[in-house]
Design a protein around this ligand. Structure first.
Ligand code: GCU
Length: 732
């Protein structure tokens, strides 16, 4: 379109009808929906603000005072120039001093003498915090972003840009921000051959083969996106890792990535295979108490820090799902973690030791295993060890009660592990905003030290007085143009970062910011989008695993329903182990009369979950085996309620489709179209989950469907016959 206009004016510069033609063209352009977008820019789109929003920034951001002497300072200044130019439609003038009202002034007392007066106010903001304030600098009204460090100033710059992106006024600002959690990391489950375990966004963005020489510009955009939400670390390789990741060749590649990420405050970490001393070290054992093994790890740590001076440390999956670990030598998790911690300590590195463990011998209830293995070692882990605990005791199910380890290891810092990639939540095509799931887990009250002992307070260290704190998110990032496999999955990366920065933040506020930055500042777009997002987690729970059901998906790949899955290598990899449906009822009895997993919670929580009258309905079948005709709060029988929940989930997806369809023309065509098609897939699959589950459970309940509920269109055998040998992301 632009080229047509250009050639027209070049060929017929003075033609009388030209103005009219241009006017027509303009009218036509204005009538078009916003230009197509492929999602690459994530929430950092910086498209021009609409005129009514723009008006309020008329006098602001015309000048930018921001030193650019260090790489981090340059990152901040470049981002501000890029962002303000795009949003306000004019590049700010770079200046050494504010010469007019409305300048934006960014720096530290060390980098900008003008900010020296703020020194006292920066106390308590630490190395990553910042303040944003409307004040006077050099006698002029200015917006100041000030911090103790360049990194704080970069985080503050992103915050300032967010304010403009979301249309907030810059007048009268007085904000102070510092992260509440220290280690905020993505965990990439990326293999060295670029296969991403549980990845639904294409292959790994780490092009190991071309590293260290080719530094894909995408690495910088990855760092920008992470820094914009406060993520300060990345574990590059899968927890099920090859020891090769620790060989010199790969360390050099990791160092190249670290050099791209460094200006953005992002440290590189690696998953370490516990048996590496044997596999790449030539030792006969990996016993953590063997002096030669200990020396091998010390030498390895020295080598790593020679290559990557600010290396973050190791993430370790040990004695879980067949991975090697200290128990292979009769040693404990603490023995294993402390050996690595000792090697990293002189360099300031940390160990993130995962509590997602379950042994070769099947326990009576997998739910109990991590607690049983870890609680006896509370207080025995070295100071630079964090124990990394999944939000629930089973495995990133659509909904789980909080993990009983939270609150049960007061002398050990526990970091949260959330999954951002949607292994159990419909892969990339289902619109499921994970903010409410994260919020629910973080706000859960463990009662460990009386009421109000929330998981968030354990994760941020405030309840138990830990300085080393962390949150990890299993990344949903791949080479897809839109990074996450779908436009809405970008929101899950975004909300993870924001909640890692502040585990007390609200999912809805974050969704609103994201929607404004990603789609439009128009409330007619933002509000419907936020409302779709906020109900989407409950919807997926409803159509997949309502009322506390869990682990009912297809075997291995975890795609689609598989409540009939049974047999195979171990019972706790089947569905029947978890739902226990029979003629009498359904659900896993985890009360004192069953596995007593409920006994791992603090007494008030155990009492609540363990009692059929007080257990929240969303966890009913997680903790109880309940008769089909049990009366629910609604007055319906359990069976009728179950069917109703499935239907409610499918209906919600239908509602999202309608809401989204009504936004046509308000969101650019390319993204609108893909979301619309994906919602169609989601509806089809939600219905498939509902139909297959009802067809299966009805063979036990032997009850008719409640009035108005449609019978599944196929018989059970049909659903059972479906095979998906090439479903993406399966473990290898
Ligand atoms: C799940 C997932 C695996 C992964 C494991 C883990 O079981 O399916 O692919 O390796 O979690 O967290 O270690």
């Amino acid at each position: 379109m632009i080229s047509i206009a250009r050639s027209a004016s070049a060929k017929h510069p003075a033609r009388p009808g030209l103005l009219g033609l241009l006017a027509l063209l303009l009218t036509w352009l204005l009538a078009l929906p916003a230009a197509a977008e492929d999602g690459y820019d994530l929430w950092l789109r910086y498209r021009p603000l609409p005129a009514p929003v723009l008006k309020q920034y008329r006098d602001q951001g015309t000048q930018l005072v921001a030193p650019a002497d260090t790489a981090t300072q340059r990152a901040a200044r470049d981002e501000l120039v890029r962002g303000l130019s795009g949003l306000l439609g004019r590049a700010p003038a770079l200046a050494a001093q504010a010469r007019r009202d409305g300048a934006i002034v960014v720096g530290t007392p060390a980098s900008l003498p003008q900010l020296a007066a703020l020194q006292g106010e920066l106390e308590g903001l630490g190395e990553e915090g910042y303040l944003i304030r409307s004040t006077r600098i050099d006698g002029r009204a200015a917006t100041v972003v000030a911090a103790n460090t360049d990194m704080g100033a970069l985080y503050g710059s992103f915050h300032l840009l967010r304010l403009v992106q979301t249309g907030q006024p810059l007048a009268g600002l007085d904000l102070r921000e510092a992260p509440k959690v220290k280690v905020r990391v993505l965990n990439h489950w990326d293999n060295l051959d670029r296969y991403v375990e549980r990845g639904y966004a294409g292959e790994s963005i780490w092009d190991w083969h071309k590293l260290p020489d080719w530094l894909d510009p995408r690495y910088t955009d990855y760092a920008r996106a992470n820094a914009s939400v406060g993520i300060n670390g990345t574990v590059l390789n899968n927890v099920n890792t090859s020891a090769l990741a620790l060989t010199p060749m790969y360390l050099e590649k990791a160092a190249a990535l670290a050099s791209v990420f460094r200006p953005y405050g992002i440290k590189v970490y690696l998953s370490a295979r516990f048996s590496a001393p044997i596999e790449i070290g030539g030792l006969a054992t990996a016993d953590p108490l063997d002096p030669a093994v200990r020396q091998w790890w010390k030498d390895k740590a020295d080598e790593i820090y020679r290559t990557i001076p600010d290396f973050g440390g190791f993430l370790v999956k040990a004695n879980s799902e067949g991975q090697p670990g200290p128990q292979d030598y009769g040693r404990s998790h603490a023995d294993g973690a402390n050996m690595l911690a000792e090697a990293l300590a002189p360099h300031g590195g940390i160990v993130m030791w995962r509590a997602f463990v379950y042994s070769h011998e099947e326990p009576d209830d997998r739910h109990k295993q991590a607690y049983n293995e870890f609680v006896p070692h509370d207080g025995r882990f070295a100071d630079n060890v964090l124990v990394q605990v999944k939000n629930g005791a089973i495995d990133f199910q659509p909904r789980e009660p909080f993990h009983p380890l939270f609150g049960a290891m007061p002398r050990t810092p526990l970091m949260m592990e959330f999954q951002i990639t949607k292994e159990y939540l419909g892969f990339a095509t289902h619109l499921v905003y994970l903010g409410p799931l994260y919020e629910e887990a973080l706000r859960a009250d463990t009662h460990a030290r009386g009421p109000g002992s929330t998981v968030a307070k354990i994760v941020d260290g405030s309840l138990e007085g830990h300085a080393l704190t962390g949150m990890a998110g299993v990344a949903n990032i791949g080479v897809d143009r839109n990074w996450s496999g779908s436009h809405f999955d970008q929101a899950n990366w975004y909300v993870f970062g924001r909640m890692a920065w502040d585990p007390h933040a609200g999912a809805e506020d974050i969704a609103r910011d994201w929607a404004r930055m990603t789609f439009s500042t128009d409330p007619a777009v933002v509000e419907p989008v936020v409302s779709m997002m906020m109900g989407s987690h409950q919807a997926v729970v409803d159509y997949m695993t309502p009322l506390g059901l869990h682990h009912l998906m297809g075997r291995g790949h975890h795609y689609g329903p598989g409540p009939w899955v049974e047999g195979g290598p171990r019972a706790d990899w089947t569905s029947v182990y978890y739902h226990r449906a029979d003629a009498r009822g359904i659900g896993f009895d985890r009360t004192a009369s069953g596995s007593n997993a409920v006994g791992q919670y603090a007494p008030p929580v155990a009492a609540q979950f363990g009692n059929l009258d007080t257990v929240p309905e969303e966890f009913l079948l997680w903790f109880h085996h309940v008769p089909w005709d049990h009366r629910m709060a609604s007055g319906r029988s359990l069976w009728d309620e179950l069917v109703l929940r499935y239907d409610r989930g499918v209906d919600y997806v239908r509602g999202m489709r309608r809401t989204w369809a009504a936004l046509e023309g308000k969101v650019d065509t390319e993204r609108h179209h893909q979301v619309a098609v994906f919602l169609g897939i989601q509806e089809k699959e939600a219905k498939w989950w509902r139909d297959a589950s009802i067809a299966y459970f009805q063979t036990f309940s032997q009850r008719p469907l409640p009035e108005g509920a449609a019978p599944p269109p196929h018989g059970l055998e049909y659903y059972k016959s479906l095979q998906f040998p090439y479903a993406p992301g399966d473990g290898k």
